[in-house]
Design a protein around this ligand. Structure first.
Ligand code: F6P
Length: 326
């Protein structure tokens, strides 16, 4: 095991609320443990370009409550190539950075897994994504804030849906995961939740909507995960309207509002715990693992497993949501 000199920290991929809290925890724990800490800006892009600066305790003051990421973020195509990674390594060596903490999602860990093998630099990953799609942790940093944002927005839409007797289709993020849709759908009492993990049959959905109308439901909410197999919210709404022309429908695409905002206390707590644990893991000689929280315990999952395995949603919750929205 090589002695760690300086530790670099960066955020990569889509930002998520709580990334700043994680950076703060990593930097302050690193300083406490006696390391010099460096911030790498714009993820792997900044690593390749040498956009690297020292971070001190005061550099991370007053950021625990802020959304976004003070280190900025990017998705890097160059880092996917061996040449890009070699350039990144050269830049790190200029600052004697020989250990890294990478905060991001699947793409971030795919790059980190390659890098740690090629250059024997220990990398610890922290799960930072609103999607909650990473295997090896019960929750990812940012998920709780995102579902609270969706819940607040859907509650407001519920008011106008009720006032006008309309059926709203609300599209939420999550890439190919239905976590955000399922949790925010249950929390808002959505009549229907459409997720990529189950096939959506428009005929079936239309039949159930009609059944609700017969039971005197005059308005409703359908939460549509962006990765649903039947299409996006616009297209699903149009297909339902084709079958039930008497319905008044509206579509809201929540979009990137779900990625911003001040992190919830839960996300700040998770980010702080995992950030702290990541530096401890480096000190213990761990490398190539993502630090997560499973059943309230810190858990280390090799990048390969975190990438390869899918974290499925609990399908029973879908059935539960339908019963509770009757
Ligand atoms: O992974 C986070 C996420 O917000 C997904 O939910 C969404 O599909 C994607 O990123 C959007 O990415 P972009 O930053 O390119 O808009």
């Amino acid at each position: 095991m090589k002695r760690i000199e300086n530790i670099g920290v960066f955020t990569s991929g889509g930002d998520s609320p709580g990334m700043n809290a994680a950076i703060r925890a990593v930097v302050r724990t690193g300083i406490w443990e006696g390391f010099d800490m460096f911030g790498i800006y714009r993820g792997y892009e900044g690593m390749i370009d040498g956009h690297i600066e020292p971070l001190y305790s005061h550099s991370v003051s007053n950021i625990i409550q802020r959304g976004g990421t003070i280190l900025k973020t990017a998705r890097s195509k160059r880092f996917m190539t061996p040449q890009g990674r070699a350039l990144a390594y050269e830049q790190l060596m200029k600052y004697n950075i020989n250990a890294l903490v990478a905060i991001g999602g699947n793409g971030t860990f795919t790059g980190a897994a390659e890098f740690t093998k090629e250059f024997d630099i220990p990398v610890i990953g922290l799960p930072g994504t609103i999607d909650n799609d990473l295997y090896g942790t019960d929750y990812t940093i940012g998920f709780d804030t995102a579902i609270n944002t969706v819940t607040e927005a859907a509650d407001k839409i519920r008011d106008t849906a009720t006032a006008h007797d309309r059926l709203f289709f609300i599209q939420v993020m999550g890439r190919d995961s239905g976590y955000i849709a399922l949790w925010s759908g249950v929390a808002t009492g959505a009549e229907f939740i459409l997720v990529p993990e189950t096939k959506t049959y428009i005929d079936n959905l239309s039949r159930l909507v009609k059944h609700d109308i017969r039971k005197n439901k005059t308005s409703g909410i359908v939460i549509v995960a962006e990765g649903d197999d039947a299409g996006d919210a616009e297209s699903i709404a149009a297909q339902v309207k084709d079958r039930l022309p008497e319905l008044e429908t509206r579509v809201t695409i929540l979009g990137h509002i779900q990625r911003g905002g001040s992190p919830t206390a839960r996300d700040r707590m998770l980010a702080s715990m995992l950030g702290y644990a990541s530096v401890k893991a480096l000190k213990e000689g761990q490398q190539g693992v993502m630090v997560g929280l499973i059943n309230k315990q810190i858990a280390y999952t090799p990048f390969e497993e975190a990438i390869k395995n899918r974290k499925g949603i609990i399908l029973d919750l879908l059935e539960m949501s339908r019963v509770l929205a009757l």
